[in-house]
Design a binder for this molecule. Structure first.
Ligand code: IPM
Ligand code: MN
Length: 362
């Protein structure tokens, strides 16, 4: 297969981790006879510095002529505490999601058996956890009208959803549940919010065409508690944009490090694949960022093109790296491996697929 992949490394550790994901994809290309062509473009603070725009037209054009986008991270502290900043790096990511029609963000949450001791949560609570969050990505409060009164003393953000925005993601979530353990949980705040009541009505009626899937509803405050009390109860969680943002960071605690969680954003012909972690600017260029989330995002990219065997090879290589302790310091304070060495090990394992893969400590 031939694939054109846009690389948008972005800010902070984005470039560090995307480089390792590319290495894994190149290894897959070599091992399975595919040809992946990469084209890099700036986004976020990196793009503001270069062009004044967090998503330059040229970057969007690169994405639109690609089959998929591999995204790094976005955000720079120099914008975070400046309420007057006219452009923010994050706007680049939001505009990209909207422009590419990526209305569904899929975030799998799993407790890796080899890392079970790393999680701050108790082993018997998290073992066996395996659920996926379907987060709506192009609507809700993120995209509603924003207002700031002239004197700056009052502000508002509108949360708006239409039936059709809910329907399209609901179908994807029901189908996912159907191919898994057949349980879908809608997370909302229907005791307070009108938009949540709309979600309940629309999702409830779509549920009638998926009688094999058990549908239940949970308020988001309770869901936040259940995710760390009893995560094993979840199979597929469907939720709106902001709730999904919050509970997916919470879910990352189960895996032991946010540096492990991958995501896929889908909805149109072009899929985008990115780690859920942020830009972690303090670690930029220090060879300490965990590349696994980015590498597993590349595996999700392969799955998106039905390259299941290839995706499995990447996941197996990641598991081997975890098993053999070839991990970055977020997972093992004593570890002497950095971002590059972990990436090398994984790419090497994909290529040779055997336990003779060398652990290179230099
Ligand atoms: C994420 C991030 C983004 C979001 C930010 C960077 C805009 O936190 O992908 O989860 O809130 O969606
Ligand atoms: Mn987030």
């Amino acid at each position: 297969m031939k694939l054109n992949i846009a690389l948008l490394p972005g800010d902070g550790i984005g470039p560090d981790v995307v480089e390792q994901a590319v290495k894994s994809l190149q290894a897959v290309g070599e091992a399975f006879g595919h040809s992946f062509h990469f084209e890099e473009a700036p986004v976020g603070a990196a793009a503001i510095d270069e062009t004044g725009d967090p998503l330059p037209e040229a970057t969007l054009a690169v994405c639109k002529r690609s089959d998929a986008v591999l995204f790094g991270a976005i955000g720079d502290p120099k914008y975070d505490n400046d309420p007057k900043a006219k452009v923010r790096p994050e706007q680049g990511l939001l505009k990209l999601r909207k422009s590419l029609g990526l209305f569904t963000n899929i975030r799998p949450i799993k407790a890796f058996p080899t890392l079970i001791e790393k999680s701050p949560l108790k082993k018997d609570i998290i073992s066996g956890t395996d659920f996926t969050i379907y987060r709506e990505l192009t609507g809700g409060i993120y995209f509603g009208e924003k207002k700031l009164s002239e004197d700056g003393s009052t502000a508002s953000d509108l949360c708006e959803y239409s039936e059709s925005e809910i329907e399209r993601i609901a179908h994807l979530a029901f189908k996912a549940a159907r191919s898994r353990r057949k349980k879908l949980t809608l997370v909302d705040k229907a005791n307070v919010l009108e938009t949540s009541r709309l979600w309940r009505r629309v999702v409830g009626s779509i549920g009638e065409s998926y009688p094999d899937v058990e549908l239940d509803f949970l308020f988001v405050d309770n869901a936040a508690m259940q995710i760390i009390l009893n995560p094993g109860q979840f199979d597929v969680i469907l939720t709106e944009n902001m709730f999904g943002d919050i509970i997916s960071d919470e879910g990352s605690v189960i895996g032991g490090s946010i540096g492990l969680l991958a995501s896929a954003s889908v909805g149109s012909d072009i899929g985008m694949f990115e780690p859920i972690h942020g830009s972690y600017p303090q670690a930029k260029g220090k060879d300490i960022a965990n590349p696994v989330a980015s590498i597993l995002s590349a595996a999700m990219l392969l799955e998106h093109f039905n390259l299941q065997e290839e995706a499995d090879a990447v996941k197996l290589a990641v598991e081997k790296s975890l098993e053999r302790g070839v991990v970055t310091p977020d997972l093992d304070k004593e570890s002497t491996y950095g971002t590059v060495k972990v990436g090398d090990f994984i790419a090497d394992y994909i290529l040779h697929n055997d336990d003779s893969t060398q652990i290179n400590r230099e």
